[in-house]
Ligand binder design. Structure first.
Ligand code: HEM
Length: 192
């Protein structure tokens, strides 16, 4: 197997591990005193983490001069979306007993839910157009559309901060913001 295919398989497996771990712990009752919160927090954190790794692909590709790495972006983006879907479905199921109208009512009441929903809404077109035929069909518009990823990251950070406001614990959101700043900085500089 070529080294790139091995890398791709390894990264796919790494992305699947947290999901598998959550499933195993859920079915073996090892998610602690509040399993629903544990699932929501873990899926939210993994969604953001993989999103940040996705942003890291371009600077890494330039650094290693390894053009094939661009192919990892799609896979990582789809894993980001998968965690976002599970995160949203968990919220719908655990906090609103499968009633979408309640989710929307909550979005009007709590800004952190509003921001999360907008971030999710922006991820949808990115996931739908992540295939080769969409890239071919949309041409330059594809590039412009996929710049939405920056808005998604910023909204995800705001969502993270707002969620932690009640808990007055900003260490993790601050770390995520610093990593985002670094990744965005690396994307701009140095540009050959
Ligand atoms: C791109 C989309 C999203 C990302 C990246 C994201 C990320 C996160 C992160 C990082 C946390 C904090 C976890 C922690 O404090 O340890 C979180 C918490 C949370 N998110 Fe999201 N989120 C997204 C969308 C949504 C949506 C659409 C909803 C619901 C409509 C939502 C509902 C929640 C809730 C309820 C929590 C609190 C979990 C708890 O501690 O009980 N999120 N999210």
């Amino acid at each position: 197997m070529s080294s790139f295919r091995t890398t791709r398989l390894l990264i796919w497996l790494l992305c699947a591990v947290p999901m598998a771990d959550l499933l195993v712990r859920a079915f073996t009752h090892q998610l602690g005193a509040n399993p629903q919160e544990a699932i929501l927090r873990a899926t939210g954190l993994w969604c953001l983490t993989i999103l940040l790794v996705t942003l890291g692909v371009t600077p890494l590709r330039r650094l290693l001069n390894w053009p094939e790495l661009v192919l990892l972006r799609r896979m990582l983006g789809l894993w980001t979306f998968a965690y976002a879907v599970v995160h949203l479905l968990s919220f719908w199921a655990f906090e609103h007993e499968f009633v979408w109208a309640e989710v929307l009512r909550d979005a009007i009441k709590r800004p952190f839910v509003t921001v999360g929903l907008i971030a999710f809404g922006l991820l949808v077109p990115l996931a739908i157009t992540s295939n080769q035929s969409a890239i071919r069909r949309l041409g330059m518009a594809w590039k412009r559309l996929h710049r939405l990823v920056y808005a998604v990251v910023l909204l995800a950070l705001v969502h993270f901060f707002l969620h932690r406001t009640g808990k007055s614990n900003f260490t993790d959101p601050l770390i995520a913001t610093a990593v985002t700043g670094l990744l965005l900085g690396l994307r701009i500089y140095p540009r050959k």
